[in-house]
Design a protein around this ligand. Sequence first.
Ligand code: NAD
Ligand code: MG
Length: 391
Amino acid sequence: MQRITLLGATGSIGRSTLDIVARHPNRYSIFALTANRNAEKMAVLCHQFNPEFAVMADVTSAKKLKTLLDNERTKVLAGEEELCEVASEPGIDIVVAAIVGSVGLMPTLAAVRAGKRVLLANKEALVMAGALFMDEVAEHGAELLPVDSEHNAIFQCLPAGYKVGARPLGITQILLTGSGGPFRDLPMEAFSTVTPKQAIAHPNWDMGPKISVDSATMMNKGLELIEACWLFDVGESDVNIVLHNQSIIHSLVAYNDGSVLAQMGNPDMRTPIAHALAWPERIDSGVEPLDLIKVSQLNFEAADTLRFPCLALARAAFRQGGTSMAILNAANEIAVDYFLSERIKFTEIARLIEQALDQVASHAANDLQVILQDDLRGREFVLQQLKQIAI
Ligand code: NAD
Ligand code: MG
């Protein structure tokens, strides 16, 4: 029996993870569930999965959860320290890192430092602290497995015995696929008037609001490019982004003998999550079998950086190195938040990130305090800019 702490249980990845856990009651049990504020949803999950701990990041929500729970077993805790605690508890085997945004960094790092099998969905944590994060993985012997569908696909296309963090031998290129999001074919003049509702209506995936907006700006693909560079120890020029609107091929690896390996499947996050949970075994994920005749066509196109400036910004941040990636990520988080609450236009997101990259000084990123400080400076800079433009 493998014991799991699920960080971000009430989100989209949380839901998919729990769906798989429920299918394999003899294989997995839940030690702890965590969430930010949604006490009602958390109460339902606690009744269903009976964890030892339920941690709410928000104190008031933890109090509320206590009043909603009637199972004796689950202890309710609150705050970031407790999130780190349940992610590093000696009795657990697996931590699923599915908190959205930079707030996921500390609990995910806690799991890494405790040498756990860490299933990484929380790409922002790796983007902001890549070098340090990967050093800690190596130092503490953590088993890092990518859940992001593209990175999981790449991992599946690498040779048997490949360990995340090492540069794979014989590869010439990583091809990162992306659907292009809801605005792939929208006339560019219309970008400034798109609404959050339009932006989060992703054609192929059902995801949380922040990553859905990231998919619409394609900053998601930019963050994933950086994520791929850290996970597989390659440079940004080794990673090519290919638009593929069916989301059936989740990414590809090209080798020097001319072979190109791809991983395919229906767009359902339960596949990469099940793969990473059971690796190197395979378990049922509940995902519909892929019907290629029904899919009938797979299309590919180059990604247009005029249409999607965030792609170029992410590449630039990786090339600049150091805390530039933490600044890029911080600026994006604030800008997306303002867009979601309808205080800025969609097109302001990329502009604000570009300004932050240009104007906030970056530093070497081997110290956590420096990374967190530049993350904060990135946020403060954007908030300052927003004073002039936000509604
Ligand atoms: P979501 O918004 O649906 O869920 C986010 C979870 O994080 C929730 O459980 C929420 O309670 C928790 N959370 C939010 N703020 C928090 C805080 N301050 N402290 C503690 N917990 C907090 O997001 P999601 O779509 O499930 O995405 C989660 C992560 O996985 C993101 O980093 C995203 O980029 C990544 N990811 C998601 C998908 C997907 O299909 N949804 C695919 C690949 C990667
Ligand atoms: Mg992805």
